[in-house]
Ligand binder design. Structure first.
Ligand code: 2BA
Length: 106
């Protein structure tokens, strides 16, 4: 069994989890924050059998978009913070697949 962690944009999270649910995959949604942009994203936890991993990744990929987001780096100058915009590409999704040692529902 595998546990998939998928970090997706907040705007994609609803659609991704809806499509996964309709394909009968169970999903847990966690609110998370990107360390670089310091803005909210969503981490999905999906526990599946090994042979289902590719199908889950396929659904996530098809329902996650790439976006350009703007980061405001605060620059400290003479006691005043001056924002300096910087653009970064975010997503589609960042996915980790890990081995599950034991899975119980008690
Ligand atoms: P953030 O950390 O807010 O990063 C947002 C986007 O900023 C990243 O998009 C990337 O394009 C850029 N970025 C991140 N760190 C950077 C850095 N040190 N220098 C320059 N640009 C940087 P994505 O790569 O698509 O990542 C989207 C979100 O997925 C990340 O949000 C983070 O929450 C998560 N993530 C990505 N890679 C990860 C990793 N290796 N481990 C844990 N979380 C990761």
């Amino acid at each position: 069994m595998k546990l998939i962690f998928a970090i997706v944009h907040d705007e994609d999270a609803g659609k991704v989890s809806e499509v996964l649910n309709s394909a009968e995959y169970s999903v847990t949604k966690l609110c998370s924050t990107g360390g670089f942009l310091r803005s909210g994203n969503t981490t999905l936890l999906i526990g599946v059998e090994d042979e289902q991993v590719n199908s889950v990744i396929d659904i996530i990929e098809k329902n996650s978009k790439k976006r350009t987001e703007s980061l405001k780096y605060p620059i400290h100058a003479g006691g005043v913070y001056i924002p300096s915009p910087k653009e970064v590409e975010v997503g589609g999704a960042t996915i980790f697949v890990t081995q599950v040692e034991r899975f119980e529902k008690v």
